[in-house]
Every structure is written in C-alpha cells, then in structure tokens.
Write a protein that binds this ligand. Sequence first.
Ligand SMILES: [Zn+2]
Length: 109
Amino acid sequence: MKEKRTYADRREYFIKAVAKRRRKIKLMAVDYKGGKCQICGYNRHQSALDLHHINGEKSFGIGQKGYTRSWERVKQELDKCILVCANCHREIEAGITQFPRVIEDRKIK
Ligand SMILES: [Zn+2]
C-alpha cells in the first residue's frame, strides 16, 4: 500500500486533534474551578466562562497556547485564577466589578 494521504490531510487531522485537546482541557479547567462564574454563578455554557488572573498577571493565555501545556502545569496556573463569565470578566476589566475578597480566600476546590 502506498501512502496516499497528503500533507494537507495530516495537517487537518493535527489541527483537529489539537482543537479537541484544547476543548478537553478547557472543560477540565472549568470543572476544576467549580463549573460556574465565581461572581454571579452563570453556568449555562463553558464557552462563555473565562479564567481571570487574580493578581493581574496576563501571561497565561489559557485560551491559546496554555492548552497545550501539561495538565499539572495548567492546574498551577488555575490556582491563581478565578473562573468568571464573559460579562463579569468585562466588568472586572472595566473596573466596575471587583470580585469579593471572600472568593479569593475561600479557594474554591
Ligand atoms: Zn458572571
């Protein structure tokens, strides 16, 4: 049997595999953080949930390259984040919402 698959086929497969892994880690991350917005409790869809760095670091980028890191590594970063919905996240960034101190201290899960 001659190899009939083209580079394009494999490329597509690779892209899909990475996307699948990212989705899986996003789900694991959301679950790890309690599965809902830690401010308003929103939990209708994980795609509207973001991870926000408590101490203002922005380096992690769990939406991009972060997902290809090992889960252990991701967990270390997750411990420095809160899970918030897109709305609350925008409000935090706009400075009109501050997540309550208790949430930070409680350390959900
Ligand atoms: Zn929210």
